[in-house]
Design a protein. Structure first.
Length: 321
């Protein structure tokens, strides 16, 4: 006599899984723009209504800076031999000086909204992947070494080191929201400062390699490489996990960046080219139709609410959600 029990249960499982699978979201319009580079684009942001800057380059071979002066539609690409390695971090100081940072302590800075750039170096020669200039006189940079060790370095406006703090875990990003308060995020860790980066206090949030924050006052969304999304409405006093990247019943998303347009609508991009959307403040996420297989590393929201999404192979996509 045949034993139908295991077969029947398996059949029901796959039938249920198929019937519960949601359709992918459809984007209204996706346009791949001409970036004039084939190097990975690591960071993209607007610094005004019309001007957008992107930091790019080949890791150990070339730095590239991209600039658009028409709201992100057309791009110029410039390589800087003085800084021969990729640029990663990007920030703008209260005095409107733009800074990019990269490998070997290399820094490019511009005082004319990215039309021209000058080179300098932080002389500890570290692999800096993010930076912030919360005052015109002080910058803070973070580096990581194989996610096992990191450094937070404070510098003055002449790129001289004020002090350095070393940690036994990797760091991926720094966000200073004003002269005194900011956050660093990394491998299983979020830390906050309220004293200009002199001390850093560990936040009660863990279980992912945190890659990106989007800060709106005291409301912050944060994503991790394992696919977790966290949210706080009180500046990090309390964190709510909205998506558990370690939940095996959920799709695996290697999240690299997250941006929210308002309290409800947000987007996240992945290392394998996937793009997600939430329309309920980050509690639930749905995947769009794939438009690339290249890693998508950074999102910028355009003044007209289009999205610019940038990533590997020099890709910049202008998207109408």
């Amino acid at each position: 006599m045949l034993k139908w029990g295991p077969f029947f249960l398996s059949f029901c499982f796959f039938l249920c899984a198929g019937s519960c699978k949601k359709d992918l979201l459809h984007l209204q319009k996706v346009q791949q723009l001409t970036s004039n580079t084939t190097t990975p684009i690591n960071n993209i942001r607007f610094i005004g209504a019309d001007i957008c800057i992107a930091a790019a380059g080949v890791k150990y071979q070339q730095s590239v800076v991209l600039r658009s002066a028409d709201g992100g539609y057309t791009w110029n690409s410039t390589s800087y031999p003085a800084a021969p390695k990729a640029m990663y971090g990007m920030c703008i100081s209260p005095s409107s000086t733009m800074y990019l940072c990269g490998i070997d302590g290399d820094v490019l800075y511009s005082k004319d909204s990215g039309k021209s750039w000058q080179f300098s170096r932080v002389n500890d020669w570290l692999y800096y992947i993010s930076m912030s200039f919360p005052t015109k006189d002080t910058g803070i940079l973070v580096n990581t070494i194989l996610q096992r060790q990191s450094t937070i370095t404070r510098i003055d406006s002449g790129f001289n080191i004020i002090d350095e703090q070393t940690f036994l875990f990797g760091l991926n990003n720094i966000y200073m929201v004003n002269a005194t308060t900011g956050y660093v995020i990394g491998y299983g860790t979020v830390m906050k400062t309220i004293d200009r980066g002199t001390t850093w206090l560990v936040q009660d949030v863990a279980n992912d390699n945190f890659m990106s924050m989007d800060i709106h006052g005291n409301e912050i969304w944060m994503c991790g490489y394992a696919g977790s999304v966290y949210h706080t409405t009180d500046g990090g006093v309390h964190w709510q996990r909205q998506r558990n990247g370690n939940d095996l019943t959920l799709p695996r998303y290697d999240l690299l960046d997250i941006k929210f347009k308002d309290e409800q609508n947000g987007w996240a991009v992945c290392d394998d080219g996937k793009m997600l959307h939430s329309d309920d403040g980050g509690n639930h996420w749905e995947e769009y139709d794939r438009f690339t297989t290249s890693a998508l590393r950074s999102i910028a929201i355009c003044p007209n609410n289009d999205l610019l999404v940038a990533g590997d192979n020099g890709s910049i996509f202008r998207i109408t959600p």
